[in-house]
Design a protein around this ligand. Sequence first.
Ligand code: PEP
Length: 250
Amino acid sequence: MRTKIVAGNWKMNKLPSDAAALIGEIRAATNDGDCGVEVVVCVPYTAITAAAAALEGSKIGLGAQNMHWKDSGAYTGEISAGMLKDLGVKYVILGHSERRQYFAETDETVNLKLKAALAAGLTPIVCVGETLEERETGKMEEVIIRQVSEDLAGCQADFSKIVIAYEPVWAIGTGKTATSTQAQEVHALIRATLAKMNPEQADLVRIQYGGSMKPENAADLMAKPDIDGGLIGGAALVADSFAAIVAAGK
Ligand code: PEP
């Protein structure tokens, strides 16, 4: 039985003091994350210290939204896994479609980052998903299989430590959600792809759905057999909405 995991992706929002305030509200609204669902907040780098302090004594996990694959060196503007760990970060989002789209992230760099995150003991949340054009031209399956195979290549022994987020690009921040049937179909494809890579651990991987998940559709999505939680953008910035999505995962 996989424990559901609901993570908020705050993107480039919230100053440290706002982050601390929102975390206070989320703690209150989710019974401090002690609710049968793993609860995570992925905050901007600049809010990590304030968020770690605001989460003191809480079961809610702290996450970041990106990292570099090298431990240290001449990589101006970058942050390593070790730097995140040192601040109390436990989870890291990798390969979000906004990073693939705007910052030239590739399957190759996602794979390097995944290996570095696992080596540092962070729980990676690896994002995959097709664009609208890819779906409409019948390429969805090919894209998902390629992303899962290349992003997770060489990490088979650590599958149980990896979280995958299926985020159809056309559903992110658009208000358009995949139907639970559409999402389940892709989640099953992801699990089948994982099973070809490591049959023993494919059933242990948690696969979140992300893309305009909200309190109104969360229960329907998370009732599906291969949907093990959610990666939440917009709705994660409002404590009551985020808590209602968490509650829908129970
Ligand atoms: C996301 O960016 O990970 C996301 C799912 O965003 P939204 O919930 O706003 O669609």
